[in-house]
Design a protein around this ligand. Structure first.
Ligand code: NDP
Length: 397
């Protein structure tokens, strides 16, 4: 009798256990299923523009998509707008080609063998033009964000006003400065930021490079064929650069890295740079001076987002915040590349985010009824820049 009772108890317990396991696993499955559906819904970009397309008739000097910037983010966005059959108007701004044009060999873009940054930009430029983009040597200095229910009003540096149905901001970033004495005074007279541009000026001379990232190593390898001795000043006890980049330095006997050295002042003879004063933090903060003819800054960059600060959500370091569709806090305004990438700042990522922005800006217009017929109707109203496609080739020198 007692034996039978035990068997019944075990049976009840096992059944209960099985039922409970079934309920839990069902719940887990349904939760992950829900999450999967949500993720996929997020991937479908279904946004529509707020303005009415019939209002287009009233617009003069119109562009369907205005892209601000001239680097890989801007050009990739232009290529993908063109592939969606909506022409992009690229306002290249003060730095056509972006920072990639100042880099020597690029070897980390998947599918591209070691190639000059400027050559990669030239290929992208050709691709964008082939897909119908208008590359303009013009700079947008202001966007009127006040009425998001209408096309945005953009002002060029020459005072023209243009209406844009969608906007992609890919204005990149600019090299940071040290903010120490002598930096501005000797800017262009020994203080430099682009070894590719200025390396020949330092033939046979000693130079200092400030910074511990990939750019510092890149500058050192470029300068090594010209300068006599190159010293890389790293402010901490180690470099931030990729290990593979650091390993490269062994091939360059005239490049030396010094750690825990904080730059204090760039000294000169009133004409050109003569020395760098620094603090040695591993030696009781001793102040030292090294005689050099050049100081190259490779200390990172700041996003070119000042113009948008009062209107768009930016993070604490000034990078434009976007959602996963690259759309900013303002509707129909997208951002791509370094201006919205606080972490990676790679050309390949600028291209990727530019692609997303281009695809979504055009999808948004199409969702709102922007068809080929509308495009035809808009044709006489399109912005006719005096500098239409003026920017064809980048200068490789
Ligand atoms: P990073 O931000 O990676 O590095 C900046 C360096 O400058 C850091 O070592 C930083 O020191 C140092 N620094 C910053 N401020 C000061 C200061 N006031 N005084 C002294 N040192 C200072 O910038 P990079 O331009 O090197 O690289 C940016 C991005 O571009 C990275 O993602 C990089 O991978 C990429 N890149 C890739 C290249 C390639 O692959 N060929 C070439 C060049 C760049 P600390 O570490 O102490 O903060």
């Amino acid at each position: 009798m007692l034996k039978n009772l035990n068997k019944i108890n075990i049976f009840i317990f096992l059944s209960y256990f099985l039922l409970l396991s079934l309920i839990i696993s069902q719940n887990i499955l349904s939760v992950s299923h829900d999450r999967f559906i949500q993720e996929n819904e997020l991937l479908n970009y279904n946004r529509k523009p707020y303005f009415k397309l019939e209002d287009i008739d009233k617009i003069e000097e119109c562009v369907p998509v205005a892209i601000l910037g001239g680097g890989p983010g801007a050009l990739s966005a232009a290529i993908y707008c063109g592939r969606s059959r909506i022409p992009a108007y690229v306002f290249m701004g003060p730095n056509p080609g972006g920072q990639l044009i100042q880099t020597s060999y690029v070897e980390n873009i998947p599918g591209v063998k070691r190639q000059f940054g400027a050559e990669i930009i030239e290929t992208m430029t050709d691709q964008a033009i082939n897909f119908g983009a208008h590359l303009l040597e013009e700079t947008i200095i202001e966007i009127d964000f006040s009425d998001s229910s209408k096309p945005y009003k953009l002002t060029t540096s020459e005072g023209k006003t243009i209406s844009a149905l969608a906007v992609i901001i890919a204005t990149g970033s600019s090299p940071r400065k040290l903010g120490i004495q002598g930096e501005d005074k000797y800017w262009g007279r020994g203080v430099a930021i682009c070894a590719l541009c200025d390396c020949t000026l330092f033939t046979g001379l000693d130079v200092a490079i400030i910074g511990g990232g990939d750019a510092a190593i890149e500058e050192a390898t470029l300068l090594s064929s010209y300068a006599r001795q190159i010293t890389i000043f790293v402010r901490k006890e180690k470099m931030r650069a990729a290990e593979s980049m650091q390993d490269k330095l062994a091939q360059y006997p005239n490049v030396k890295v010094v750690y825990n050295k904080v730059p204090l002042e760039i000294e000169g003879d009133e004409q050109v740079v003569t020395a760098l004063k620094y603090m040695d933090t591993e030696n009781n903060n001793k102040i030292e001076t090294i005689p050099v003819s050049g100081v190259f800054l490779a200390i990172g960059s700041n996003p070119n987002s000042q113009m948008f600060a009062p209107h768009l959500a930016l993070n604490k370091n000034g990078y434009i915040i976007t959602d996963r569709h690259q759309e900013t806090s303002a509707p129909r305004v997208f951002a791509a590349g370094d201006v919205s990438d606080a972490i990676f700042r790679q050309a390949v990522i600028a291209s990727a985010t530019g692609t997303i922005a281009g695809l979504n800006a055009t999808a948004l217009l199409k969702n709102g009824g922007f068809t080929f017929n509308v495009m035809e109707k808009l044709s006489p109203k399109l912005y006719r820049s005096a500098k239409k496609n003026a920017f064809k080739k980048v200068n490789l020198n």
